[in-house]
Ligand binder design. Structure first.
Ligand SMILES: NC(=O)N[C@@H](CC(=O)O)C(=O)O
Ligand SMILES: [Zn+2]
Ligand SMILES: [Zn+2]
Length: 441
């Protein structure tokens, strides 16, 4: 076990200010947090392990490791898009220490063996914590509930048919009743297929101009409304995936105000881009839910600010260049997310003064940890040493060629951003660093 001493890092204190801080890590946990004025020698003299790796974090932000509760790692079955090895490497490079992966693989994670396979592959990978979701229905077809008890036993942390909505209300109600009985959450991709019919982008001027069918806002919100009523009836913890519309937000806000157990997430792209930004028929701008109107974008930002939306997730959805080259109508939905998320949000919302750094960090650490009852997500004595170092000053241009992810499908190519992670630590082990670190006595 590595013993780490991170010195002179900038850490957010409870008041939202940055304070120079030393952090001592032993046996995978945070053993001590000291003001930067404390003499390093004095602290280290009491260390049992004398083989201590010191990391000089002067000028860098140190946060709890980032948590991403909605990602696609594509393995098993779609290894040409991503593998658990490449996906966790991309996650680490993006500063993420815990990620929760979706079941729309091939086979779908609808059986304990598939959950086990994901956990085995994750254990062989770089150390980033991988939490698997299991499917609600076999093959995500919406016809028959999976064996929730067996899947929970195998290590699933929740149930979702992400990729598609559960079309049948009784099926969703049965899923919620069963999940509630075993204290497990239901996580929903909200989309009513009868209102979508094969459209690649949102109903918008862009769709009209290019003669494309449009996805209406109601196709999302109608499921949110339905599921809130079912969550009220069953008492389940209901979590809404990738919220993108003003209408969904209105419903979630109302549900929370009367105490229904609903939580929700939002993606960086739905906070930053609208359908008006799509430059042309480039499928790197195609994702589900689609980019909506500027009004929806503003509603998402405001809802994240007031806590109606609880957390930020990337919905990291890698696809191959060949698949994305099929064009706006035929290419699959989805964009990569891990390696741009923090710099995008830092540059667009913190640098501009709209959000505090504290709020951004909370929505990517403490808030997901609270909602999904994870032990990580806080920088405290005795907490797991899941930590991320970030350079808030360095400006770099997004170039997919630099991604560790196999997925190069991003609409953010060429964007100049600040706030790049430089080191990611999981359970006290450095799982990724921009520069090689050598142990020092
Ligand atoms: N978000 C996407 O556009 N695509 C996801 C599926 C999903 O999250 O619904 C994918 O698996 O590619
Ligand atoms: Zn989805
Ligand atoms: Zn997804």
């Amino acid at each position: 076990m590595m013993t780490l001493f991170i010195k002179n890092a900038n850490v957010l204190n409870g008041q939202g200010q940055l304070e120079s801080t030393h952090v001592w890590i032993e046996s995978g946990r945070i053993k001590g947090i000291f003001p930067g004025t404390t003499s390093v020698g004095e602290i280290l003299i009491s260390a049992e392990d004398k083989q201590i790796t010191q990391i000089d974090a002067s000028g860098k932000l140190l946060t709890p490791g980032l948590i991403d509760m909605h990602v696609h790692l594509r393995e098993p079955g779609f290894e040409h898009k991503e593998t658990i090895a490449t996906g966790t490497q991309a996650a680490a490079k993006g500063g993420f220490t815990t990620i929760a992966c979706m079941p729309n693989t091939k086979p779908v994670t609808d059986k304990p063996e598939v959950i086990q396979l994901v956990l085995d592959k994750a254990a062989e990978a770089n150390g980033v914590k991988v939490l698997p979701y299991a499917a609600i229905t076999y093959n995500e077809l919406g016809r028959e509930l999976t064996d929730f008890a067996a899947l929970k036993q195998a290590g699933a942390i929740g149930f979702t048919d992400d990729g598609v909505g559960v079309q049948n209300a009784q099926m969703m109600k049965d899923a919620m009743t069963l999940a509630a009985s075993m204290d497990m959450p239901v996580i929903a991709h909200c989309e009513d297929d009868s209102l979508v019919v094969g459209a690649p982008v949102a109903e918008s001027e862009f769709a009209r101009k290019h003669g494309l069918k449009g996805i209406p806002n109601e196709s999302e919100a109608i499921h949110v409304g339905r599921d809130i009523l079912l969550a009220e009836a069953t008492g389940v913890h209901y979590h809404v995936c990738h919220v993108s519309t003003e209408q969904s937000i209105r419903l979630i806000r109302m549900a929370k105000s009367i105490g229904i157990n609903v939580t929700a997430e939002v993606c960086p792209h739905h906070l930053i881009l609208s359908s008006e930004d799509i430059p042309g028929l480039d499928a790197n701008w195609k994702m589900n839910p689609p980019l909506r109107s500027p009004r929806d974008v503003e509603a998402c930002i405001a809802a994240l600010e007031d806590g109606t939306l609880d957390m930020i997730v990337t919905d990291h959805a890698p696809h191959s260049a060949e698949e994305k080259a099929k064009g706006m109508e035929l290419a699959p939905f989805g964009i990569t997310g891990f390696e741009t998320a923090f710099p995008l949000l830092y540059t667009k919302f913190v640098k501009t003064g709209r959000w505090s750094l504290e709020m951004l960090v909370q929505r990517m650490t403490a808030d997901p940890a609270r909602v999904f009852r994870l032990e990580s997500g806080r920088l405290e004595k005795n907490a797991p040493a899941d930590l991320t170092l970030i350079d808030l000053e360095e400006e770099r241009t997004v170039d997919p060629a630099d991604f560790a992810s196999k997925g190069k499908n991003t609409p953010f190519t060429g964007w100049k951003l600040q706030g790049w992670p430089t080191m990611t630590i999981v359970d006290g082990q450095v799982v990724w660093a921009q520069e090689v670190i050598t142990p020092s006595a």
